[in-house]
Design a protein around this ligand. Structure first.
Ligand code: GLN
Length: 297
């Protein structure tokens, strides 16, 4: 990893773009043309269209400094969302920090499943209450509250720093009045009732963390990844209490690759008031990503 990024001051955008691609390519970062464009967007604040239109424009001093810094971080495999401090999720932009999991596109599968269930069971006008366990950036619950304008929610997280980011995201998306936060491990201390429980819990088996992609291992917080010895600890914690918290409604959780059958089994065995068997939904990559189950009084 080169620690002195090249000096871009006074070079035309087109030449800078070519240099970026060469360096990104040498660092084996996927899709250098796209990454080079995104780094230039971060450094200059220009859109993709303006970057093309103004390709002959020379990079200013401050832009070159920002670019060198962003490039240095990207070449160390820091995800671009972390360098920018924000990430798109379900059509909205969320602030991220080192204290939260970077929202992932596959988690949008969980949103789709919940919205479909709401649409099929009485519609979006109902005053639904939703609990999100391990809210992180808040992307799941805040998205649901933004889509379900009559719903209210409770978000839990063990990390006060994560809760601070989620609060800021709730304000940014206009749902701060409909969301409450509790600093807690899984459902500990939660005694209210909800219609829906959602969670994308930490689910990586502890021993697998060292072998994760460096962009995940070195930048997503360990607390957001580590699911205990077999990766299923938080699912068990949730399953032990969810029947009481959601007496009649929907449970929908994200699972890691290959975990769906185990998680379905945990829910089936632990939730006494379950209504029927769990079902699953695949993400756009074809992996089973969400497990859902109904409860009934
Ligand atoms: N709920 C957040 C997300 O899905 C955080 C999840 C986590 O930290 N494991 O992005």
């Amino acid at each position: 990893m080169p620690d002195a990024a090249p000096d871009f001051i006074g070079h035309p955008l087109s030449a800078v773009r070519r240099t970026l691609q060469t360096l990104l390519n040498a660092a084996r970062i996927d899709d250098p043309p796209r990454e080079a464009r995104l780094l230039l967007e971060v450094a200059t604040g220009l859109t993709a269209e303006l970057l093309l239109r103004d390709a002959a424009r020379l990079l200013r001093d401050d832009e070159a400094k920002r670019l060198s810094e962003a490039l240095r971080r990207r070449l160390a495999h820091e995800p671009l969302s972390r360098i920018k401090g924000e990430r798109g999720f379900y059509g909205r932009t969320f602030a991220v920090s080192p204290a939260v999991l970077d929202p992932r596109p596959e988690t949008e599968t969980l949103i789709d499943l919940v919205l479909q269930w709401v649409d099929e069971t009485g519609g979006r006008q109902r005053p639904l209450s939703i609990i999100d366990v391990g809210t992180g950036s808040g992307c799941i619950l805040i998205t649901l509250l933004a889509e379900l304008t009559h719903a209210t929610g409770l978000a839990t997280d063990l990390s006060p720093d994560a809760i601070a980011i989620a609060r800021a995201n709730a304000a940014r998306h206009g749902v701060a009045e409909r969301i409450a936060f509790t600093q807690a491990r899984s459902l500990e201390g939660v005694d209210g009732l909800a219609d829906i429980l959602v969670s994308n819990p930490p689910y990586i088996p502890s021993a697998d963390i060292a072998a994760l992609d460096p962009g995940v291992r070195d930048y997503d917080p360990l607390l957001a990844l580590d699911g205990g010895p077999d990766g299923l600890t938080v699912y068990r914690d949730i399953a032990a209490r969810v029947g009481a918290v959601v007496p009649s409604g929907l449970i929908a959780v994200e699972v890691g690759t290959g975990q769906a059958a185990d998680v379905a089994q945990i829910l089936t065995n632990s939730v006494e008031n379950r209504a029927g068997l769990p079902w699953t939904r695949k993400d756009l990559g074809g992996h089973v990503r969400t497990v859902a189950m109904l409860t009934q009084r």
